[in-house]
Design a protein around this ligand. Structure first.
Ligand SMILES: Cc1ncc(COP(=O)(O)O)c(C=O)c1O
Length: 487
C-alpha cells in the first residue's frame, strides 16, 4: 500500500527549506556535551514541508474550516487580529527572564488584563498563571485548602460537586486531597437544594459549581446554594467554563462566589487544543488574594509595572507568568469588543442556542424543557430505539462538514448531545446545521444503516478512540517507518 511519507522520510542530503541568517554575535562552538549526532534532522525543501503540513491540516476539522458546536467548549471563531497582535515583536520576542524595565509594555498588558477580568467577573484579584480550566480549578481548590488550613479548620475534608459537573471538578478536588461528595440535580436541572443542605456541615471545605451549568441552564438555586455553603463555613468555587453566556449581565463575584476560573481559550477567543496552549486565570474575592500563585503584576506609585508574589501563596503552578501569548490574544479580544460588545457576545450566544433548540426540538428529545443559556442538551434516546446511537449521529455529521457536538456528557443525560453554536455563527450556518440534523433524524428513522455506517466521506473512518488515548504513539522510529513502507 502506498503510504504518504513522513517528513523525515522525505529527507535528502543537501535539500534546504530555510536560510539561517548570518550571525550578529561572534560564533562559538557548542560545548561537546551539548552536541548530538542522533537527532535525524530532516533535510527537506520548503515546498515539501508546506505541502506536507497543509495536507495534514486538511485532514482535520477546525473552526476555520467548519461549524464546531462542541458544547461546553465554546469553539468560537478566533479572530485573526488576535494573532496579528500576538506576533508584534515586542510581545513575541521577549524573554521572561528579561529585567522588568525592558518589558514594561508586556507587564502593563498583563496588569490591565488582570484588572479587566476582575471587573467583568466581580472579583478582587486575578492570577494569570494557570494554563487551562482544569489547572485553574486546581489553583482555586488549593487556595481553598490554604484558607481553611490557615484558619486551623483541618476537619474540612469534603468538596461537594453536582452530578452534572464536568469530570475535571471531582478530579481536581480528589487531586487536592479532598473527598468528593456528589449532589444530585433536581427535575429542572438545578443543584438539588435540599440534597445540598443535607450534605453541608463542619466537614465541608467548599462547593464546586458550574453556572450556567453543563445542561446549559442557569442554576435557579445558585443564591440559596451559596448561602448554605457559606453558613456552613465553606467556600464556593464557580467553574467559569460557561462564562460566555453571561458576560456583561451577571458577575459571579456579586452573587457571592469566592473563586472562579476563566477559560481564555473559550470565552475570550484564544485557540483551543492543538492550537493552544490554553490559559485559565483565576479570580478571587477580597481576602483570598494572598493565596494566589505566580507572579501578580502590580503598578508602582510612579506608574511603572512590576510583579510580586502573594503573601501566603500556594506556590508556582506554571513557569513565570503563564502563557503570555494567550494573554495578548484575550486582551485584544476584550479591547476590540469593549463592555457593550461583550454583553452583545453573550446575548447573541444565548439567542443562537435557543434558536437551534426551538427549531430541532421536534426531532430530538429535550432532556429538560427550559429555555437555555448558550448551549442545550438533547438526548438521542428516541433514535437509539431504532438502533442508532448518539455516536453514530455524531459520525454522520462529519459527512456534512460539521464537527459533532459534545456527546455522552453531561453524564446525567442518556445518549447526550450537547450543542453550543456560539455567537460567531451566521444565521445561514445555523440553518445549515438545522437541515443536517433534520436529515440525520429522518435517516435514523428510515435508513438507519446510513447513520450507523457513517462517516462515508472522510478520509479516515472510525478510530479506536480509547486505544488512541491510552496508547498514543507519536514518536517516529526508523524501524517502524521501514515496517510501514514494506506493508
Ligand atoms: C464545564 C467545564 N469545566 C472545566 C473544563 C476544563 O477546562 P480545560 O479544558 O480548559 O482544562 C471544561 C472543558 O471543557 C468544561 O467544559
Amino acid at each position: 500500500m502506498a503510504v504518504e511519507p513522513l517528513i523525515i522520510e522525505m529527507s535528502r542530503p543537501g535539500r534546504r527549506g530555510v536560510r539561517i541568517p548570518a550571525p550578529d554575535v561572534p560564533e562559538t562552538a557548542l560545548p561537546a556535551d551539548m552536541q548530538r549526532s542522533d537527532l535525524h534532522w530532516p533535510e527537506v525543501a520548503e515546498i515539501d514541508v508546506i505541502r506536507h503540513f497543509t495536507r495534514i491540516s486538511q485532514k482535520n476539522h477546525s473552526i476555520d474550516t467548519g461549524f464546531y458546536p462542541l458544547g461546553s467548549c465554546t469553539m468560537k471563531y478566533n479572530s485573526k487580529i488576535n494573532e496579528a497582535v500576538a506576533r508584534y515583536t515586542g510581545f513575541a520576542g521577549i524573554h521572561p527572564l528579561q529585567p522588568v524595565e525592558q518589558v514594561q509594555g508586556a507587564l502593563e498588558l498583563m496588569y490591565e488584563l488582570q484588572a479587566m477580568l476582575a471587573e467583568i467577573s466581580g472579583f478582587h484579584a486575578v492570577t494569570l498563571q494557570p494554563a487551562a480550566g482544569a489547572h485553574g480549578e486546581l489553583t482555586g481548590v488549593l487556595a481553598m485548602r490554604a484558607f481553611h488550613l490557615e484558619n486551623g479548620d483541618t476537619a474540612r475534608t469534603k468538596i461537594l460537586v453536582p452530578d452534572s459537573a464536568h469530570g475535571t471538578n471531582p478530579a481536581t478536588a480528589a487531586m487536592a486531597g479532598f473527598d468528593v461528595v456528589t449532589i444530585k440535580s433536581d427535575a429542572r436541572g438545578n443543584i438539588d437544594i435540599d440534597a445540598l443542605r443535607a450534605a453541608v456541615g463542619p466537614d465541608t471545605a467548599g462547593l464546586m459549581i458550574t453556572n450556567p451549568n453543563t445542561l446549559g441552564l442557569w442554576d435557579e438555586n445558585i443564591l440559596s446554594a451559596i448561602e448554605a455553603v457559606h453558613e456552613a463555613g465553606g467556600l464556593v468555587y464557580n467553574d467559569g467554563a460557561n462564562f460566555n453566556a453571561i458576560l456583561g449581565m451577571v458577575r459571579p463575584g456579586d452573587l457571592g462566589v469566592d473563586i472562579m476560573h476563566f477559560n481564555l481559550h473559550k470565552t475570550f477567543s484564544t485557540p483551543h487544543g492543538g492550537g493552544g496552549p490554553g490559559s485559565g486565570p483565576v479570580g478571587v474575592r477580597a481576602g483570598l488574594e494572598k493565596y494566589l500563585p505566580g507572579r501578580l503584576v502590580v503598578r508602582e506609585a510612579d506608574g511603572s509595572y512590576n510583579w510580586e508574589t502573594a503573601e501566603a501563596t500556594i506556590g508556582e503552578l506554571h513557569g513565570f507568568h503563564g502563557n503570555f501569548g494567550m494573554h495578548v490574544r484575550a486582551y485584544t479580544y476584550i479591547r476590540m469588543h469593549g463592555g457593550e460588545g461583550l454583553r452583545q457576545v453573550s446575548a447573541d450566544a444565548v439567542l443562537s442556542a435557543n434558536y437551534l433548540m426551538a427549531e430541532l426540538r421536534n426531532d430530538f428529545d429535550l432532556f429538560i424543557d427550559r429555555s437555555c443559556m448558550h448551549e442545550f442538551v438533547f438526548s438521542g434516546n428516541r433514535q437509539k430505539k431504532n438502533g442508532v446511537k448518539t455516536l453514530d449521529m455524531a459520525k454522520r455529521m462529519l459527512d456534512f462538514g460539521v464537527h459533532p457536538p459534545t456527546t455522552y456528557f453531561p453524564l446525567v443525560v442518556p445518549e447526550a448531545m450537547m450543542i453550543e453554536p456560539t455567537e460567531t455563527e451566521s444565521k445561514e450556518t445555523l440553518d445549515y446545521f438545522i437541515g443536517v440534523m433534520r436529515q440525520i433524524a429522518q435517516e435514523a428513522r428510515d435508513t438507519p444503516e446510513v447513520v450507523t455506517g457513517a462517516p462515508h466521506t472522510t478520509e479516515y473512518k472510525r478510530f479506536d478512540e480509547a486505544g488512541a488515548n491510552r496508547a498514543l504513539n507519536l514518536r517516529w522510529k526508523p524501524a517502524e517507518a521501514e515496517a510501514i513502507a514494506a506493508d
